[in-house]
Design a protein around this ligand. Structure first.
Ligand SMILES: *Cc1c(COP(=O)(O)O)cnc(C)c1O
Length: 430
């Protein structure tokens, strides 16, 4: 079941100061999810959650996660810069990139981040661009289908990520020649799954692989990285992933593989994004237009450029109307944005309460891969982000873009000051 958003009065109060659309994040909900994850893995002294920055790349959110002892998982130059600016240092930063430019490796080495190599050819490339550190992690791709029991959960053979089983020992030996003393292993085989057997299965696979490489190549390991992938209940009847069970089952796999191989203690780490922030964010929009043609449309002041997942994957996002949470859902709508693309629909044939123009419409579970996947198609500007604390205080943690931001990178046009001048810039005014 998607989490309940704050009540109408709170949303109205925020919307009076910060015009819709905006993404609203619940600070305490984020903290609770981190603590729950840390409790589930408390059996492993080295456990660290490396929050996947791409899910919610906002410094205020990253700072909040840092206070709880999280690290960050970055995949690009800019994400590394962001991590550094927020204050993450050395092995608090995981660098899990692919098709990596030289300058990204150079910066990752300068920051002394943990480097998680995606490809065997990156060994010599990194040796040339930044140099090989004493500890290196490798991203593993077992190929074939990935199954949990009889269910096919993913198709690693078609995934661009990671090294093949045959490449792993070759890579380890090459890195040993180059002076690497300790290794990490990483794999990401299923996205957005609430199936509690996903982490235990991938953990057992990586633990067994580590034990094999320890035996065959004499490799020492400093971490196993279960990466991201734990899903959230986007749909009303979907259960939440059972983290306590997941933690126990990963511990059991550890006890049956790592301990007998004499490799204990070994840090188990995660790179969750969606699980941490996803359910704790809502895209708050205003109903601006109603249209009766072949279907019944409700137009919002938010578009797919603010939340891509429905248009991109046909993903379900729960929708409620502020103040009408308990009203009967007796009208069927297509809920749309304003892009000149027919897939700009947040919901198709969705039964909702009768909506009036001006109502605040709340799109749930926008906290991860929401704002961050946004874009400027059709000249649409990226929205604000707002952080809500449990005492009811809220803080603008990213202002909405202005037309000046949109024009900032193009040549050949002078944009008048007033289109985004400081008096229109709430962050500068504050
Ligand atoms: C996207 C990503 C994650 C986070 O995935 P979620 O589904 O948000 O948990 C973690 N690690 C890597 C390498 C990723 O690319």
């Amino acid at each position: 079941m998607p989490r309940k958003p704050p009540p109408l009065e709170t949303l109205r109060c925020i919307a009076e100061e910060i015009p819709t659309p905006f993404h609203l994040y619940d600070a305490e909900g984020i903290r609770e999810n981190v603590r729950e994850l840390q409790r589930a893995f408390a059996w492993n002294p080295g456990f660290t959650e490396y929050f996947a920055v791409k899910a919610t790349p906002n410094p205020s959110i990253l700072r909040l996660l840092k206070e709880l002892g999280c690290g960050v998982d970055c995949a690009s130059y800019t994400e590394l810069l962001l991590a550094h600016e927020v204050g993450f240092r050395g092995d608090e930063i995981m660098f899990s990139s692919n098709a990596t430019p030289a300058e990204d490796f150079l910066l990752a080495r300068e920051l002394d981040a943990i480097i998680n190599l995606d490809d065997i050819s990156h060994i010599d490339f990194l040796a040339e661009h930044g140099g090989i550190p004493e500890r290196v992690s490798l991203r593993y791709n077992p190929g074939g289908d990935f199954r949990l029991g009889t269910r096919v959960m993913g198709n690693p053979a078609e995934a661009k990520f990671g090294l093949t089983p045959e490449q792993m020992p070759v890579a380890i030996r090459r890195l040993q020649e180059l002076g690497v003393e300790e290794f990490g292993l990483h794999s990401f085989l299923a996205s957005n799954t609430t199936d509690a057997d996903y982490y235990p299965t991938i953990a057992r696979m990586l633990f067994e692989l580590a034990a094999d490489l320890h035996r065959d190549c004499g490799a020492e390991f400093f971490l196993v990285n279960l990466s991201g992938g734990i899903g959230i209940p986007y749909e009303p009847d979907q259960p939440r992933a059972d983290l306590a069970y997941i933690g126990r089952e990963v511990e059991r796999a550890y006890a049956e593989t790592i301990v007998p191989a004499g490799m204990d203690p070994l840090s188990v780490v995660t790179e969750l994004g969606r699980f941490i922030t996803g359910p704790n964010g809502w895209l708050v929009a205003t109903a601006v237009h109603e249209k009766d043609t072949h279907k019944h449309y409700l137009g919002l002041d938010a578009s797919a450029s603010n939340l891509m997942r429905p248009s991109m994957y046909g993903a379900y996002h729960h929708i409620t109307v502020a103040g009408k949470e308990d009203a009967p859902a007796e009208r069927v709508y297509d809920v749309t944005g304003a892009l000149c693309e027919n897939n700009d629909k947040f919901a198709i044939d969705r039964a909702l309460p009768e909506i009036e123009i001006g109502d605040l419409v709340v799109l749930h579970d926008s906290g991860a891969h929401g704002h961050s996947m946004g874009h400027n198609y059709n000249g649409k500007l990226r929205s604000a982000e707002v952080l809500l604390e449990p005492d009811g205080c809220f803080r603008l943690i990213r202002r909405a873009e202005t037309p000046r931001d949109y024009f900032a990178t193009v040549a050949g046009i002078d944009v008048p000051e007033e289109l985004g001048a400081p008096e229109h810039d709430p962050l500068q005014r504050a």
